[in-house]
Design a protein. Structure first.
Length: 313
C-alpha cells in the first residue's frame, strides 16, 4: 500500500530535499509538505502544501485526519547554534513537536514516524574517534540535550505503546539547494558559497576541527531506506549512528583549491568552536550497515566537485 506522507518542516535544509525525493518515489498526491510559513519555492508550488505550527497538536491532528496520513517525517527543529541563542524556545519546539506526533501514533492515527536525531547527542566525555552506537552521552548544548531526550522518548513509546518510530543521528549535512540553517557544521556549506563569491572564507572553527559530515543525497537516501526497511530490521529504536566522511576546515579548503587554486581560508573561532569540540570526530555506524544495509556513496572530493558545479549554475 502506498503510504500517505506528511512532512513537518518541509522548507528546512533537510526537509526541502526530502520532500522532493519522496514526491518522486510516491507521487505528488501522496506527499503533503508543511511548514510554519508559506515560501515561494518548489516545495510549495509543485505539490500539496499546508501551513502548520509544529507546536499545535490540533493542527497536526487535523492534517493527519484530513489527508489520511500514515507516515510522518518530523523535520522541524531549532539547530545547534541558533538554539543556544533561544534555549527555552528550542526546548519547546524540539520536544513538544515530537510529543504531538508520538501521541498521535500512540492512539493509532499514524502508522510510522521518522524523527531525526544528531551527533549533538554526544558530549566532551564521549570517545571522539569512531564513536560507538552505545556510549557515554553528556551533551552540552540545548539542541543536543533535546535530541538525547527525544531518543529516550522514541524508545519508550516504541517499547510501551508499540509506536513504529525510526531515527538517524545525522552528522553535518552538506547541500547546494538550501542556505546554511544555523548549525555548527554549516561552515562546510557556507565555505563553497564564499569560495565562488569571494575566493576566500573566514571560518568560525579552527583549522583542525574534525567533524563527521555527509553529502545531503546520502542522508536523504538513508532516511528513505530506514523508513522502507522491514519492521524487524529496525532493531534500534532510540537512533542509529550514521557516518559518511570526516574532515577538518583545512582539508575542505584543500579540496576546494583543487578546483579554485587561488582560494584562501582564514580562521576566527567563535562560540561554535566549543560546540564542535564537544562532538565526535568520526562515527562508527556498523549497526546501521548491519541491520538495514546502509552504505554511503560520496567522499570529500566527489562532494566538492558537485557542490562547486551546482552552485556555479
Amino acid at each position: 500500500m502506498t503510504p500517505k506522507i506528511l512532512i513537518i518542516g518541509a522548507c528546512g535544509q533537510i526537509g526541502t530535499e526530502l520532500t522532493t525525493t519522496l514526491r518522486k518515489i510516491y507521487g505528488n498526491d501522496n506527499v503533503i509538505a508543511s511548514d510554519i510559513r508559506k515560501l515561494n519555492n518548489d516545495i510549495v508550488n509543485h505539490g500539496i502544501f499546508e501551513v502548520v505550527n509544529a507546536l499545535d497538536y490540533n493542527q497536526i491532528q487535523h492534517l493527519v485526519e484530513q489527508y489520511e496520513i500514515t507516515d510522518v517525517y518530523l523535520m522541524a527543529a531549532l539547530l545547534s547554534a541558533t538554539a543556544e541563542k533561544n534555549p527555552a524556545f528550542a526546548w519547546d519546539l524540539n520536544m513538544n513537536s515530537l510529543f504531538h506526533v508520538l501521541n498521535l501514533a500512540k492512539v493509532g492515527k499514524i502508522k510510522k514516524i521518522f524523527w531525526p536525531s544528531s551527533i549533538a547527542v554526544f558530549g566532551p566525555t564521549t570517545p571522539r574517534e569512531n564513536t560507538p552506537q552505545y556510549t557515554i552521552m553528556e551533551p552540552t548544548t540545548v539542541y543536543g540535550i533535546s535530541k538525547q531526550t527525544g531518543e529516550r522518548w522514541c524508545e519508550y513509546y516504541h517499547h510501551q505503546y508499540g509506536v513504529d518510530v525510526r531515527s538517524i543521528r545525522y552528522p553535518g549535512l552538506i547541500s547546494y539547494t538550501t542556505e546554511p540553517g544555523g548549525g555548527t557544521t554549516d561552515y562546510a556549506v557556507d565555505i563553497y558559497h564564499k569560495a565562488l563569491e569571494k575566493g576566500s572564507f573566514e571560518c568560525f572553527l579552527s583549522a583542525e576541527s574534525k567533524l563527521p559530515m555527509m553529502y545531503m543525497e546520502d542522508a536523504i537516501r538513508a532516511t528513505v531506506e530506514i523508513m522502507q526497511a522491514e519492521l524487524e530490521q529496525v532493531k534500534i529504536r532510540s537512533s542509529y549512528n550514521l557516518s559518511g566522511i570526516s574532515f577538518t576546515p583545512s582539508e575542505i579548503a584543500k579540496s576546494i583549491q583543487n578546483y579554485i587554486p587561488d582560494f584562501t581560508i582564514s580562521y576566527k573561532p567563535d562560540f561554535r568552536q566549543k560546540i564542535a569540540d564537544s562532538w565526535p570526530a568520526s562515527i562508527d555506524d556498523s549497526c546501521a550497515r548491519q541491520d538495514w544495509g546502509w552504505k554511503h556513496k560520496y567522499d570529500l572530493d566527489s562532494m566538492t566537485k558537485i557542490m562547486l558545479e551546482n552552485l556555479k549554475k
